[in-house]
Every structure is written in C-alpha cells, then in structure tokens.
Design a protein around this ligand. Structure first.
Ligand SMILES: *[C@@H]1O[C@H](CO)[C@@H](O)[C@H](O)[C@H]1NC(C)=O
Ligand SMILES: *[C@@H]1O[C@H](CO)[C@@H](O)[C@H](O)[C@H]1NC(C)=O
Ligand SMILES: *[C@@H]1O[C@H](CO)[C@@H](O)[C@H](O)[C@H]1NC(C)=O
Length: 378
C-alpha cells in the first residue's frame, strides 16, 4: 500500500489582487486511499471506514494550514472517495443530495446529472467566492458566469485533472483561465496543483490579427490530430519569420525568432476552428505553436514533454470570433512561464526577454466559443 504523500502550498497574500482584502489561502493535494474498482459493493460501514482514513489526512492538513494562518483551504475533488467506481460500487459511499450541481466529465455516469447547472457563491470578509468543479472550467455556465455575472473575486476549484499535453495540462488550463478571466483561481488537484494570478485588462482578442492584410500564404500545409481535433499545421522551417495558417473562420499569425534550431526538433504553427467531439462536445478556436513529438510531421499534435529549442521572441495572434481566449505558455520540462510573456490589448500573446533562456514546448491561444456549444440543458 502506498503511503499518502501530501503537499502544502501556502500562498503569499500579495498574490490575491482581485479580492477586497488580502488573505492567505492554502491548497492541498494528496494521494487518497481509493476503493478498488470492479469489486463487489462494500458494506456502508466499510465505506465509512475508508472515507474516514482520507478524512483523517485532510483533518491534519486543515489544522496545519490553519496554524500557519490560512483563511481558507481547498482540497481536491475525489479527496475522500470513489474515483472510477461504477454506480453499484459507489452506492455505499454516497449520501443523498436533493439537488446535485455540476458538469460531469464524459463517462462519470456513476452520478446523476443535474437538470440545470447551479451557481454557487459565498461571501467572506476577504471577498466574494464562487465554486466549480473540474470539467466545469471549459464551459460558460457555471465557470465564466461566476465572474462575469456574479462578480466573484476568487474561485474555489476542486479537481481530479488528467494532464493531457500539449493543450490540456492542469497548470496550463487553470492558470490561463485565471489570467483571461481576471480572477483568483485556487485550484486543488489530486495529482497536480495550479495557480495563476496575474492582472488582465479588456483585451480585443482579434484586433491585431484582423488588421493584417494579405496574409502570407504558407506553403507546406498539412493536417494532424490533437486530442482528436483535426488541426491545420504549417512547419516553422526557418530560424525566424512570419507564418499564417487558417481554418474555417480563424487565421492564426506567428512572428518568431528561434535562438537555434536543433536538427531533431520540429515546430509547427497550428489552427483549429471547430467542434471538439471526444469525451464531451465543446466548440474551440485555437491558435498554437508547438513542438512535434518527433521529426515525423505526422507526430505533430501528439503529447510531448521535452524540448531543447529556445526562442528569442514570439508574437502569436488570431482573428478570433470569441472574446473568451485563454493564453498558455508551456516550457520544457512541463512547467509554466510566469513573467515570461504578456498579452497586449490588441490580442497579441508576446514573449518577454526572459523567455530566451528556457526551451519551449507550446504556446497557445485557446479560445472557447461558448455560443457554438451544442445545447446541454434543454
Ligand atoms: C504534475 O504533472 C507533471 C507533468 O505530467 C509532472 O511532471 C509532475 O511531477 C506532477 N506533479 C505532481 C505533484 O504530481
Ligand atoms: C482532416 O482534414 C483534412 C482537410 O479537411 C482531411 O483531408 C483529412 O482527411 C482530415 N483528417 C481526419 C483524420 O479526419
Ligand atoms: C479571419 O481572416 C480571414 C483571412 O483574412 C478571413 O477569411 C476570415 O473571415 C476572418 N475571420 C473573421 C471572423 O473575421
């Protein structure tokens, strides 16, 4: 049996610029004891005893955080029980909740789906908080609505997030969401933690790219799958240059300078404008440039964790039809690039000088066109 290892993240109060008062937050991550799937359902007593083992761990964590002055602590989704159990197996662990709320991830059929998503907020002396769980982050309701319609400063985000490179690692998605929405996001994951808190302003995401006339038409255009989405790619064959790729209504534009170009590393500029249909349906508009898994261009879009190519500078933009665009920069080995890039008011995601000392994995403008999502609640 593995011993639950746990990690604490105490955050400096200065980070929480969006709340009315400064406060200390702790987010917590551990490896919970889980029941083994595909077993006969346990008795309610056995279920309680397993959950209590996890609750004891959480209790220790909460006490430690409180002693260090935390005003609030966030624990992960599935922190006490029931990851990947089916409906029969999960039953002894459950209590009846009269009106359940949340977007369930594809395949989470062990739980009932609510008829409508519920907005949950609460006020504290240090700001207004909203709450959502995991997959909710990809949707307008409840995630965006909490900030735009209910004016929360800080989101409590509890999750069991699978890292899926190049676009869906926890740190990428969660920090870029906080950045684009201008809200604090306190994220607690079973495996991976992410926090992103930087200022935002009102960005016209398509301003720069819409002004570009006569897009230089790329040669060497090809298609490739990224999480089953059919991207249009073009290879960055030179050490520096300007490239454009288009798909449907979206054109993505990249200006860049590489510091060097190792022979065994291939980078592409990519665009996707369409409905994502695997493990849930949601409409994406994405501009990305990324390292391909190998020198075979058929591998572009597949997961990659290491690179050695450094960029002196880059500027990525697209003529998006949505105003919900989430900027992401991922370094090698998989890590965020705080303070190494910025988003200009005209929608350009540009590097800062400090980027040139780190190898780059991918840079994305991850747009969500919520109005184009298929109806989920009818
Ligand atoms: C989070 O995921 C990254 C990338 O998969 C991995 O390198 C890192 O060790 C993980 N962190 C924790 C705390 O598990
Ligand atoms: C991706 O799109 C291109 C161009 O529309 C098409 O030729 C190709 O068959 C598609 N690939 C897949 C796997 O759907
Ligand atoms: C984006 O630019 C392309 C090329 O100029 C154009 O065909 C397309 O209509 C533009 N999209 C939008 C939403 O304006």
């Amino acid at each position: 049996m593995t011993f639950p290892h746990f990690l604490f993240y105490m955050l400096s109060c200065v980070h929480f610029g969006y709340a009315k008062e400064k406060f200390f937050a702790a987010v917590y991550e551990h490896v919970p004891f889980f029941p083994v799937p595909n077993q006969a359902p346990v008795s309610p007593e056995e279920a309680l005893s397993l959950m209590n083992r996890n609750i004891d761990i959480l209790e220790t964590a909460v006490v430690r955080a409180a002693q260090k002055g935390a005003h609030i602590i966030v624990t992960p989704e599935y922190a006490i029980c029931c990851f990947s159990l089916n409906r029969e197996e999960v039953f002894p662990y459950l209590e009846d909740i009269p009106e359940p709320t949340y977007y369930l991830f594809f395949g989470e059929t062990q739980f009932n789906t609510p008829e409508e998503p519920e907005i949950s907020t609460f006020n504290t002396p240090f700001g207004k908080f909203g709450m959502f769980i995991c997959y909710d982050i990809l949707f307008y309701y409840p995630a965006v609505a909490l900030v735009t319609q209910h004016n929360v400063d800080t989101i409590i985000f509890t999750t069991a997030w699978f890292n899926l490179l190049p676009h869906y690692s926890a740190i990428q998605i969660h920090s870029s969401w906080a950045m684009a929405m201008g809200a604090n996001l306190l994220s607690s994951n079973i495996h991976n933690i992410s926090l992103g808190m930087t200022a935002s302003s009102s960005i016209k995401w398509n301003l720069h790219a819409s002004k570009i006339r006569n897009y230089p038409s790329g040669s060497n255009i090809f298609n490739g799958l990224l999480f089953a989405d059919n991207y249009t790619f073009t290879e960055l064959t030179d050490l520096e240059g300007e490239y454009t790729v288009c798909q449907n209504q979206l054109c993505c534009h990249l200006e860049f300078k590489m510091a060097d170009k190792p022979k065994d590393e291939v980078y592409v500029l990519g665009v996707f404008d369409g409905l994502h249909t695997v493990e849930g349906e949601y409409y994406l508009q994405v501009c990305t440039f990324l390292k391909c898994q190998s020198t075979d261009i058929k591998s572009c879009g597949e997961s990659v964790e290491q690179s050695s190519t450094k960029f002196k500078s880059f500027s990525l933009s697209g003529n998006f039809s949505t105003s919900y665009v989430f900027p992401e920069v991922l370094l090698s080995p998989v890590s965020l690039a705080p303070d190494m890039f910025q988003v200009l008011n005209d929608g350009r995601l540009i590097s800062k000088e400090s980027i040139s000392t780190h190898p780059l994995l991918s840079v994305n403008l991850f747009g969500r066109w919520y109005e184009r999502d298929p109806p989920r609640y009818s």
